[in-house]
Design a protein around this ligand. Structure first.
Ligand SMILES: NC(=O)c1ccc[n+]([C@@H]2O[C@H](COP(=O)([O-])OP(=O)(O)OC[C@H]3O[C@@H](n4cnc5c(N)ncnc54)[C@H](O)[C@@H]3O)[C@@H](O)[C@H]2O)c1
Length: 341
């Protein structure tokens, strides 16, 4: 079922912290038709009603998936509900947008991918950062070889809270880094290890140090934590030609490219090796200025209309879930090296 002309009716389930961002962006899209919002929590529905008095609201998900005014369902509920809600929507013939992380288990992600394919419906995963201007720009720079071969990537995503009650910091925060890294490197890691601890809530790790090795030999280190004195969103990409720092907390210059590096010179006749260090210009590329979620919503509609494969499709969601499972397993086994795939 591809939509061809009229506007797309959307049902949005989950009106907690993130859901209202989806609601705002769907409502802002000129191709969005009827919007129905659903949450089990009446107070959340009342808050939405206060902001958007004309929206249809329901506490019953079945009303939403059963409505013939709804062509697509967007899911912004806790991850342990994603599979069931997405499966019900696909079975009811609705296109589906699922927030990250896609599902709790790789097998569930696989089942949803197959169901969407069978029903010829669009299935998209909300890996928001893949639509953000700095991440897109860095992906282009890496693809065109501007940094040379990528040696390693090191990322910190830490701040104080929000401590989640349902998932560890790996599932909450590392899902962003995994989707970003896999899209930049256009592949998934061969191996993954993770160390982490549950310092505040028993059984729910709030800090993790994750290491990965990619088929090219590129290494990646991802630090995620809800325990930090200040917010860090910093990723360094070290290439053979140039180095780059992406700081998402910066307002103006989120990406800086450093013409820095070190060259190894063959000893030749001197008998001793020589290293030459290079420290050239620092350039901050111009970035587009748009809200990633708005682009995500437009892309979702485009895929529905034109039967296109989303940039962040079910398969990309599955790859991230596989890596999250591997990191979780490694953490539970005190840093044991886990293979992926
Ligand atoms: N893309 C991003 O950058 C981003 C950012 C934050 C959160 N998220 C994702 O969004 C999702 C929601 O996160 P959140 O922080 O908004 O959580 P939240 O707990 O603040 O809100 C979830 C809401 O879902 C409702 N809910 C739960 N089960 C339901 C059901 N069966 N039917 C109807 N309503 C139900 C709850 O009552 C709650 O209001 C998660 O998957 C999270 O990882 C994505």
């Amino acid at each position: 079922m591809h939509k061809t002309s009229e506007k797309i009716g959307v049902g949005i389930v989950g009106c907690g912290y993130w859901g209202p961002n989806l609601i705002r962006n769907f409502l802002n899209n000129k191709n969005c038709g009827q919007v129905i919002c659903c949450d089990l929590d009446q107070t959340k529905l009342e808050q939405i009603q206060g902001r958007y008095p004309s929206l249809k609201l329901t506490p019953h998900y079945q009303d939403l998936v059963g409505s013939n005014q709804v062509d697509a369902v967007a899911i912004a509920t806790p991850v342990n509900t994603h599979f069931q809600l997405a499966r019900d929507a696909l079975q009811a013939g609705k296109h589906v947008f699922v927030e990250k992380p896609f599902t709790c288990k790789a097998a569930e992600a696989q089942e949803l991918i197959e169901l969407a394919e069978k029903k010829k419906l669009t299935l998209m995963v909300g890996h928001t950062f893949e639509y953000s201007p700095p991440v897109v720009k860095i992906g282009e720079l890496i693809s065109e070889g501007a940094l040379g071969d990528i040696y390693f990537i090191s990322s910190s995503r830490v701040n104080l809270g929000l401590h989640r009650k349902d998932v560890s910091v790996i599932w909450d925060l590392a899902s962003h880094d995994f989707s970003i890294l896999f899209s930049w490197l256009k592949t998934v890691p061969l191996r993954i290890t993770a160390l982490g601890k549950d310092y505040v809530q028993r059984g729910i790790p709030d800090v993790a140090f994750i290491n990965m090795e990619f088929p090219s030999g590129c290494l990646a280190h991802v630090e995620v934590s809800w325990l930090a004195p200040s917010k860090l969103r910093r990723t360094a990409v070290i290439g053979s030609e140039k180095m780059l720092v992406y700081d998402d907390t910066e307002v103006m210059e989120k990406v800086k490219i450093y013409d820095k590096g070190v060259d190894y010179k063959d000893p030749g006749t001197f008998g001793e090796f020589q290293l030459s260090y290079r420290a050239g210009d620092i350039i901050s590329p111009r970035l587009d200025n748009y809200e990633p979620l708005g682009v995500e919503v437009s892309h979702f509609f485009d895929c529905i209309w034109n039967g296109k494969k989303p940039r962040t499709d079910g398969l990309s969601g599955l790859r991230v879930v596989q890596a999250l499972e591997a990191a979780q397993k490694s953490l539970e086994n005190k840093g044991h090296v886990e293979q992926i795939g």
